[in-house]
Design a protein around this ligand. Structure first.
Ligand code: KG4
Ligand code: ZN
Length: 348
């Protein structure tokens, strides 16, 4: 185990300044400074505010991570950093920091894909990822279904959202119900006291024609609108809005589609491992339904613990360690942050 690469990961693609340190598959430190409270009053992440917060949090978060892992920067074998996709200014802070630390300590640097990192983080909890695997990535910015033949070489996109991301739908519906941002956790909690069958909200892109053109794509915009109309109708009629039932029924519509398509992709491709990542993977209903449907189809479902599902530096470190172990060469020191980095590019 001592031969496993010691890798430090830096994540700044959205509102979390994350520094993680791993030795191979072992997590040594996972320090996250979130600026989510600064964005809450706006109901969404404000890019300039996030960039500034990353700048302020970078050095103290780095110091905490090194202290927790009981290592020095000079001990690490490589530095990995999220190069994209994400908010341009936020990414820039992480990439600039990674380059600075890499030059100062004379270390190789790997610019990596945020989505691939969400997949790789599961190895810290459940060991090496059996390949091929299917990955379902659901966060505030993305909802993708990916085929993973060999993570170090790239991923093959099977489908993605054609409008809102799953997390974005949670955030918007929460706002509608007067719940705080980010909306995933309060809806998850409220749904526990609600009836998931109370309101038959639509399941996007599941009609017969969609099964041909959008087999593995998602759409949550229509669902969000349906929830808004339903709530408005109740308010107009002067009736109380049963928030728990709305939350549970909305959540069921999201999780039903996500898990059905993910398990279908596994079955159709003859793949027996499904890994779920991204902030929405912290959702209790998504986890339970994926287990249930995966189990029935002979698919092993792997979901990291909630703290590793949301954005963090450990996921970046985990992917970096995977790349080092696979003998993938590091990035050039002039690597650029790319806010629209395609999911097919695992390292720049
Ligand atoms: O991966 P992440 O931390 O950041 C992005 O890359 O977007 O995901 C954040 C998203 C937010 O939309 C948040 O509402 C959602 O993940 N989320 C959840 C839960 N926890 C966080 N959604 C549903 N249920 C949860 N328990
Ligand atoms: Zn993310």
């Amino acid at each position: 185990m001592r031969d496993a690469p010691l890798v430090l990961g830096i994540e700044t693609s959205c509102d979390e300044t994350g520094i993680g340190i791993v030795r191979g598959l072992t997590l040594l430190a996972d320090e996250v400074a979130s600026s989510v409270d600064l964005h809450a009053r706006y109901g969404g992440v404000v890019p300039e505010v996030a960039s500034r917060a990353h700048l302020e949090a970078m050095v103290p978060t780095m110091e905490r991570a090194l202290a927790t892992a009981k290592v020095k920067l000079s001990d690490v074998d490589a530095i990995a950093v999220t190069a994209g996709p994400g908010l341009a200014g936020a990414l820039l802070v992480g990439v600039a920091a990674a380059k600075g630390y890499a030059v100062a300590a004379d270390k190789p640097v790997y610019g990596v894909n945020h989505l691939a990192a969400h997949v790789a983080v599961d190895t810290l909890e459940h060991g090496p990822l059996p390949e091929p695997a299917i990955a379902l990535l659901v966060s505030g910015g993305h909802s993708s279904l990916l085929l993973i033949d060999e993570l170090s070489r790239g991923v093959i996109p099977l489908g993605a959202t054609i409008d809102d991301a799953a997390g974005e739908a949670y955030d918007k519906v929460a706002r509608l119900l007067g719940m705080p941002f980010p909306g995933g956790p309060p809806i998850d909690r409220a749904a526990r006291d609600g009836d998931a069958a109370a309101i038959p909200f639509p399941r996007g892109l599941t009609g017969p024609r969609d099964q041909v053109r959008h087999r593995y794509d998602f759409s949550f915009s229509g669902l969000k609108t349906a929830v808004a109309r339903w709530v408005e109708a109740r308010q107009r009629a002067g009736e109380p809005v049963p928030a728990a039932d709305v939350a549970a029924s909305f959540q069921e519509a999201v999780c039903d589609v996500l898990t059905a398509k993910a398990v279908d992709a596994c079955v159709e491709h003859g793949i027996s491992t499904l890994v779920i990542g991204g902030g929405v993977a912290a959702n209790s209903r998504l986890r339970a339904l994926a287990e249930e449907r995966g189990g029935a189809a002979g698919v092993t479902v792997r979901v990291p613990r909630p703290g590793l599902c949301t954005d963090n530096g450990s996921m970046v470190a985990a992917l970096g360690a995977h790349l080092v172990a696979a003998g993938i060469p590091p990035s050039r020191l002039d690597l650029a942050a790319d806010s629209a980095l395609p999911v097919t590019t695992v390292t720049v």
